[in-house]
Write a protein that binds this ligand. Structure first.
Ligand SMILES: Nc1nc2c(ncn2[C@@H]2O[C@H](COP(=O)(O)OP(=O)(O)O)[C@@H](O)[C@H]2O)c(=O)[nH]1
Ligand SMILES: [Mg+2]
Length: 198
């Protein structure tokens, strides 16, 4: 059984996995082109890191489409063993990126992916990472806006089982993220797989 992580390049997927597992996972810029699906064994289950989707400088559009298709195929093909999905976003950059796509009349890939994860009943948990980069007094506004763009009516506090603000840099919000992961796995009756999550 596995948890799948999706998200754009550089949003902090590897950093989040490092926080959750304590494993020394390579972090930082790597060319999206060579990225493959990476599996991390944790106890008797696995965390699966998908290639980053969406625009990356230097990566041609057809390849970006190919990555998205590869992720979608993976999720469909392996649906039975995926317990749930986590979509990691960069909390600070998210709204601007989504608006840029909307202005071009396109469906933002992050929003599209969130809908797709819901269609597959993958009960997606949105990890709003890099929250340390947003001033405290401004976080509620940003999180409300993220919810709105994902089609979840604000205020974001209504969605605390779906959206969790974290910083994989400072560790803020990580205990709450762990709690939500435990809850999802327990709700599936698979609590026995949770030994690794301290
Ligand atoms: N300020 C801040 N930087 C972060 C955070 N999480 C990751 N980063 C940085 O963002 C960059 C990309 O992180 P990485 O985990 O490799 O992203 P990935 O491409 O999604 O796997 C690295 O320079 C990280 O140090 C965070 O919560 N806050
Ligand atoms: Mg990574």
């Amino acid at each position: 059984m596995e948890i799948v992580l999706v998200g754009r390049s550089n949003v902090g997927k590897s950093s989040v996995i490092r926080q959750l597992t304590g494993k020394k996972i390579p972090i930082g810029k790597r060319p999206g082109v060579t990225r493959r699906i990476t599996r991390y064994k944790v106890g008797r289950m696995e965390i699966v890191d998908m290639p980053g989707f969406g625009f990356m400088s230097g990566v041609p559009q057809p390849l970006q489409e190919k990555i998205k298709t590869e992720i979608v195929h993976y999720l469909e093909k392996n649906r039975d063993r995926i317990m749930f999905a986590m979509e990691v976003i960069d909390a600070r950059a998210f709204s601007e990126i989504v608006e840029r796509w909307q202005r071009r009349g396109q469906i933002p890939v992050d929003v599209e992916m969130f809908s797709f994860l819901n269609e597959l009943n993958l009960n997606p948990l949105v990890v709003a990472n890099k929250i340390d980069l947003i001033q405290r007094g401004y976080r509620d506004v940003v999180l409300d806006d993220i919810c709105d763009k994902l089609g979840l009516p604000p205020p974001w506090r209504q969605w605390i089982d779906t959206l969790v603000p974290v910083s994989a840099k400072t560790g803020e919000g990580i205990p709450e993220l762990k709690r939500l992961i435990k809850q999802r796995i327990q709700d599936l009756g698979m609590g026995r797989l949770l030994g690794w999550l301290k």
